[in-house]
Design a protein around this ligand. Structure first.
Ligand code: COI
Length: 368
């Protein structure tokens, strides 16, 4: 489908935030607290024979979604989402980072959740349209960006359990600073031993709301122990490290190895994860995607072989992990300083995204 075959119409907000209100929000955006004045929407309807079409692409004022209480998403959780960021460069242009990777992952998630795939060009155009109309909302402070949240929901009013024939794809945007709030500093994470996030053949690889809902009880347990995220293991596989509730995890070894758990079917294919792997290769690190167990983590930190651990994701960017806590033991320290390799990869990644470091991999796409 070409986008010219599906032009976006625009209905602008009658009550956009004033320049003053916006400036107050952009001065300290936090994460996920504030939303721009508009939203992008494209609806899908299945045809008689099954094959459907995307229709009525539009920009609308940001606001509640009118939905039937029987909409399938409200009952069976047929929902997927993405996360990517828009950055304002010094020349005033607004760019995003590897959006084709998000488009591909959205469609991989759509296949797993029996939702319709969205043409990549329509995905990109929805971002261009929204960022164009809300261009004044992109913050420019260190580590800040406009977080874009595309999502797809089953809107058909029907209580039988089958893939919905009516679906809505939407994009909202939210000015964002540090995901964990305040200044960047090493975080403590909690080891979940009671709960799993994903299992073989499940939806762990898909970016669907259900995976995040499943992580919340463990996240609450972690918070009660002063931790910001929770780590999930694959108990059936020698306690192999999987991922955190909302981000991937990396280990820096003193001999120059950079290790992250291999994609095993239960781990999210992080766009930041794959970018860090590339940046690690570029700087001559011995990059390994492989099984890494909890024991290797504990022993490696104890012996000094593992020198740094960090979390990464679109929202988290790259965040140093100071300690891993569990009911029985602690690895590392809450007062650990941020690691050198961690911070250097973070600076390089943010530099590419914000236009101060050369984009040698062609990762940037101009949106406005
Ligand atoms: C992202 O990093 O974009 C995510 O969707 C993760 C979530 C914890 C905000």
């Amino acid at each position: 489908m070409s986008v010219s075959a599906l032009e976006f119409t625009r209905k602008l907000s009658a009550h956009p935030k004033s320049a003053q209100e916006r400036a107050a929000i952009l001065a300290d955006p936090g994460f996920g607290n504030h939303f721009t004045d508009h939203t992008a929407v494209v609806d899908y309807r299945a045809g008689e024979s099954g094959e459907g079409s995307w229709q009525e692409a539009r920009i609308e004022p940001y606001g509640p979604i009118p939905m039937d209480p029987a909409a399938a998403v409200l009952h069976y959780g047929q929902e997927i989402f993405e996360g990517l960021k828009a950055y304002r460069h010094a020349d005033g242009s607004i760019v995003t980072f590897r959006p084709e990777a998000n488009a591909a992952r959205l469609n991989a998630s759509a296949r797993r959740l029996a939702l319709p795939e969205l043409p990549e060009e329509l995905f990109l155009e929805s971002l261009r349209q929204l960022v164009d109309v809300d261009r004044d909302w992109v913050p420019t402070g260190d580590g800040e960006a406009l977080y874009l949240r595309p999502f797809m929901i089953a809107t058909e009013a029907f209580l039988g359990v089958r893939p919905a024939r009516e679906v809505s794809y939407r994009v909202i945007a939210s000015p964002a600073g540090n995901y964990f709030g305040g200044e960047l500093k090493p975080v403590s994470i909690w080891l979940s031993t009671k709960y799993a996030r994903a299992g073989r053949g499940g939806t762990g690889e898909a970016k669907c709301g259900g995976n995040y809902a499943a992580s919340l009880i463990a996240q609450m347990e972690g918070e009660a122990h002063g931790c910001k995220q929770v780590l999930f293991l694959d108990e059936a596989n020698d306690n192999a490290v999987e991922e955190l509730g909302g981000m991937n995890v990396f280990f820096v070894f003193k001999d120059g190895r950079l290790v992250t758990p291999a994609l095993s079917g239960t781990i999210l294919h992080g766009v930041t994860r794959s970018s860090v792997l590339q940046l690690g290769r570029d700087r001559g690190l011995d990059v390994q995607e492989r099984k890494i167990t909890l024991n290797e983590w504990r022993d490696g930190v104890a012996s000094g072989d593992i020198t740094e651990v960090f979390a990464c994701g679109t929202a988290a960017v790259i965040t140093p992990i100071g300690e891993l806590k569990s009911e029985d033991f602690t690895v590392g320290s809450p007062d650990a300083a941020a690691g050198e390799v961690t911070m250097s990869i973070r600076e390089q990644l943010l530099g590419i995204q914000t236009g101060t470091v050369e984009d040698t991999h062609g990762w940037l796409t101009r949106l406005a």
